[in-house]
Ligand binder design. Structure first.
Ligand code: 17E
Ligand code: FE2
Length: 423
């Protein structure tokens, strides 16, 4: 049999789909797991052809911030009635006594499949490592290996209860890195004192350098305008030069800082060149709980950071867990909520929110060298039932086809509704 030029040829793809960019449809040729050609018409034969029918073809969604170890445990052992971060931590503290490898692996795999069908092929998950047997961490590292042919999973060693709140926690964090966690996490606003919080950020940077890992710190996830660990992260990033390898997650207190301080801080963040992740679905519900009225939104200054050219992505954070009982893993829900909560309603702002669940997330995860629809990159792409980014976010459309590492992984068919006119 003659060799075909392409294993998979996707016809009639609308690649970028914004109003400013060309509407010309292109064909995408894939050989093995690589994109090998992109042109208006590819003539050479392919083993399989797929017609995108002029739909919007995008790089996959990137879930830059989720907690897979706690996903699908909402209500176990009880519901979060106050709706606060702190009740969530306490409930999870009870649930995590009963973790088994099989329990964590089954829930994680179920969510990863749910995410993949919705076009998510890159996931960064925090995993609680303030549990003495590191069961969740071991489970996530096993799953990471088992799914690597269709899903790219990054694991963050996340000390949920603080690095210095218990004598054994610091060693557990380091052990998690020895076991192979990709990223070092922290939670300075939940350390017992301001001093411990500062010390914890320094320790995270030390460990990241020692083990050559990325950094992603839960930072200032509180409405307290005095919670100011972001400046400590910025200072460490400036001094170490680790900028693009560092992420500050949540930073919700930034929404409560006075403008004079925020203005100064933005200058330091410019120098630091770190990444930011906002989680609008979760923080619009967790924060503001001690406010009466007016009630704060409890989300970081996404629009201002983006306007300054800093890298911001959006994460889902939770799916049915003690912090948030809803969610399906759909990144278009996240972008949709981001548009609302961050008031990113301008035409280019809506497109920017799409980037916050795709290419900006890839940058946060340090994946950009092999992310995007370009020749010689790995063939990871999704065909949305949408005409462009704005349409995808507005209608939160289905992802029709998901192609992972050159192979068709999932297909979703749109539901249909008939107008029956009182027949
Ligand atoms: N843990 C935490 O500290 N913050 C969160 N938003 C979640 C878990 C979901
Ligand atoms: Fe989080």
């Amino acid at each position: 049999m003659p060799l075909k030029a392409y294993d998979l040829l996707i016809r009639h793809s609308k690649l970028l789909g914004t109003t400013q960019l060309t509407e010309q449809l292109v064909d995408i040729g894939i050989k093995d797991d690589l994109i090998v050609a992109i042109a208006p018409t590819l003539e050479e034969p392919a083993a399989t052809e797929l017609d995108a029918q002029g739909l919007f073809v995008s790089p996959p969604f990137v879930e830059s911030h989720i907690h897979l170890d706690s996903a699908l445990t909402a209500g176990e052992p009880h519901w979060n009635e106050s709706g606060t971060l702190f009740e969530g931590i306490q409930i999870w503290g009870e649930r995590k006594q009963n973790l088994t490898l099989a329990d964590v692996k089954a829930r994680t795999l179920a969510i990863l499949k749910q995410q993949a069908t919705q076009g998510v092929l890159f996931v960064r998950s925090h995993v609680d490592v303030s549990e003495p047997q590191l069961i969740a961490l071991r489970a996530l590292l096993e799953v990471k290996e088992e799914v690597k042919d269709w899903m790219n999973l990054q694991v963050v060693a996340f000390p949920q209860d603080g690095i210095y709140s218990k004598p054994e926690n610091e060693a557990l964090l380091e052990k998690a890195l020895e076991f192979g966690a990709d990223v070092v996490g922290g939670i300075p606003h939940y350390e017992l004192t301001r001093e411990d919080g500062v010390r914890s950020v320094h320790r995270v940077f030390e460990l990241a350098q020692q083990y050559d890992r990325l950094i992603d710190i839960h930072c200032d996830e509180i409405d307290d305008e005095q919670s100011r660990f972001l400046e400590v992260i910025a200072a460490c990033a400036i001094r170490t030069g680790l900028g693009s390898r560092v992420t500050a997650s949540h930073t919700t207190a930034f929404g409560s800082y006075n403008n004079a301080y925020a203005y100064k801080l933005i200058g330091f963040l410019q120098r630091a060149q770190i990444n930011f992740i906002a989680n609008p679905l979760i923080n619009i519900t967790l924060q503001g709980r001690t406010d009466t009225y007016p009630k704060r939104r409890g989300v970081t200054r996404v629009k201002e950071l983006w306007q300054q050219g800093l890298n911001v992505s959006f994460g889902h954070d939770c799916i049915q867990d003690p912090w948030y009982s809803l969610g399906t893993g759909n990144m278009l829900d996240v972008a949709f909520m981001g548009v609302h909560v961050c008031q990113m309603t301008g035409r280019t702002e809506i497109d920017a929110c799409y980037e916050m669940v795709t290419s900006n997330g890839a940058k946060t995860l340090n994946l950009q060298a092999d992310y995007g629809l370009e020749v010689s990159k790995t063939a990871n792409l999704i065909i949305l039932d949408a005409s462009d980014r704005y349409d995808a976010i507005r209608r939160r459309t289905i992802v029709r086809d998901v192609i992972s590492q050159g192979k068709l992984l999932t297909r979703t068919t749109p539901g249909t509704t008939e107008w029956l006119g009182f027949q």
